[in-house]
Design a protein around this ligand. Sequence first.
Ligand code: TYM
Length: 344
Amino acid sequence: MTDQAPPVYSGPSRVLSGVQPSGALHLGNYLGALVKFTRLQHEMDTFIFVADMHAITVWQDPKLLASQVREIAAAYLASGLDPKKATIFPQSAVPEHAELAWVFNCVARLGWLDRMTQFKDKAGKHKERESVGLYTYPVLQAADILVYKATHVPVGEDQRQHLELTRDIAAKFNHDFEAPAFFPLPEALTEGPGARIMSLRDGAAKMSKSDPSDNSRLNLLDDADTIAQKVRKARTDPDPLPATLEELKDRPEALNLIGIYAALEGRGPAEVLTEFTGQGFGAFKPKLADLAVARLGPVGAEMRRLMADPAEIDRILADGAQRARAAAAPNLAQVKKIVGYWGS
Ligand code: TYM
């Protein structure tokens, strides 16, 4: 036995994240993910993809899928991702993700996947009717990240468990194949006021693309009137706003609206609360609506402008796919060698 510390990954820092093209993008995606991508592209080598392979784990209309991919790409660009800085690409255009996912399917344990709460939430009582892909989805997510040896993964709070699984898979691969520190143990970047935006109709449920009520979310493509109307209709309570966040702990809807206001303004929620202490929602909501329209309106307008030229979006995606493949291929080649595949 030696008392040497295990070797630590020493490769370059790299950011990777993605969004599924499986429904309208909303404020939660924007604050929990897109805004962070845009900031990080100035700090590290950044890879941002559209997770179309994840999207087909539940039914997607084949006639619409490619345009849904372009819509997410348009949202990335509209929120400030620069294709010269960040590599923006569709997941399915880089087959290395799927190849590494198979190796990881053989590394991850059934017991690990059985613990994934997102699968349980999505499958509900009828898990035997779900696709096998939905079950192994977090393994593909680990491959998305590790095929680039990414070290930092900006995501909302709901992805934390998938990131822990990614770290477990990386550590087990490194250990089982005696390839110490081959893969990094990537870090989830979930901090920030927009990490968990809740539904406008239910302060206990997260804002989600799959919520059947469109009034539960502010979509990036909503027009100003729709945003104002959804904020006006947001569930609240009759009490005025208190002085401290502590007093909001049993008022989840009120806490969520204060949190949204703070995240949109880039301020802390306590500071926002101080500004509105003693006021009711009749006074607060119009201010929140104006702020949401001011922040989301230009993003939606830019998305529409970009989506009017699908060929330009396709050009950016094809260029990104080429760069992504060039980054992923050598890592996958090393994995094949480590695993001992024929011909590697
Ligand atoms: P997806 O498409 O569900 O969501 C995209 C991003 O938005 C964040 N998000 C939220 N953040 C705050 N509040 C909310 N209400 C909210 N809802 C969603 C998500 O946390 C996510 O960051 N599995 C991923 C896609 C993926 C991925 C990856 C991400 C596939 N492979 C590799 C990172 C790295 C997903 O379904 O995200």
